[in-house]
Design a protein around this ligand. Structure first.
Ligand SMILES: [Fe+2]
Length: 234
């Protein structure tokens, strides 16, 4: 038996999928469970959404972020994912999180695209062509929130043979883009870094690190809020 209601549902689902496309099928990390499913008088399925999430407010004064250059190791096309390192990647597991804020409105920016890349424990970047280890892009949630898991990058020597004494401080590279706002390219540094004498080290970009242990697993966390400035009107 093929129930007529089920047929209508499948027809609607097929049309919906054709409209949304494959990219619309990615479940957000902060998605809430469907609250209730009812049928209306036309015997069509209605999916009722849960209550809207409260709008976040900054807990401190928003400060503009000090930009930093891309450097030579940025590559386009990193995969969208919340875990940048591969399973078993050597290093200290690190959870980096924060929110993206609009400097002008002091409101969170949902839908901002954040592109991260960093070195591994061998002081190397993946090639970004066949290997995207320690690279990844994320989209901020409706409350402007992001959270990623990777390893904590270490200081590295950009030119170990030609200039073995020159160390870069440990950093995550980051590009943040959001429609209507100026793209931001910067680096996230670490408070107390052993190579903070690097001239590019910026104390205002340095995050505090917390050691945590949950269910026997040790890891570190840090919070970095990103503040974007409105694009100048043309
Ligand atoms: Fe770098």
């Amino acid at each position: 038996m093929f129930d007529s209601t089920r047929r209508i549902f499948l027809q609607q689902t097929a049309m919906g999928l054709a409209t949304v496309g494959a990219s619309g099928l990615v479940l957000r990390c902060d998605a809430q469970p469907t609250q209730e499913i009812n049928r209306n008088q036309a015997d069509r399925v209605l999916i009722q959404m849960g209550p809207a999430q409260p709008v976040a407010s900054p807990t401190a004064e928003l400060k503009k972020i000090t930009p930093q250059p891309y450097g030579p190791f940025y590559r386009t096309g990193a995969p969208f994912r919340g875990k940048l390192s591969v399973p078993g990647e050597p290093g200290t597991t690190f959870i980096l999180s924060g929110r993206v804020w609009a400097f002008d409105t002091r409101r969170p920016l949902p839908g901002a695209v954040l592109d991260f890349w960093h070195v591994d424990m061998q002081e190397k970047y993946s090639n970004g062509v066949t290997d995207y280890r320690n690279r990844g892009r994320l989209v901020t949630s409706e409350s402007g929130y992001y959270e990623l898991e990777s390893i904590r990058p270490i200081p590295y020597r950009p030119n170990p043979t030609g200039a073995p004494e020159f160390w870069r401080c440990a950093h995550y590279h980051l590009v943040a883009v959001c429609p209507g706002y100026q793209p931001l390219v910067t680096e996230i540094h670490f408070q107390g870094d052993s190579k903070r004498n690097d001239p590019m080290f910026r104390v205002e970009n340095a995050i505090a690190v917390e050691d945590k242990k949950i269910n026997g697993t040790s890891f570190q966390t840090g919070v970095f809020d990103i503040v974007l400035e409105r694009e100048p009107s043309k």
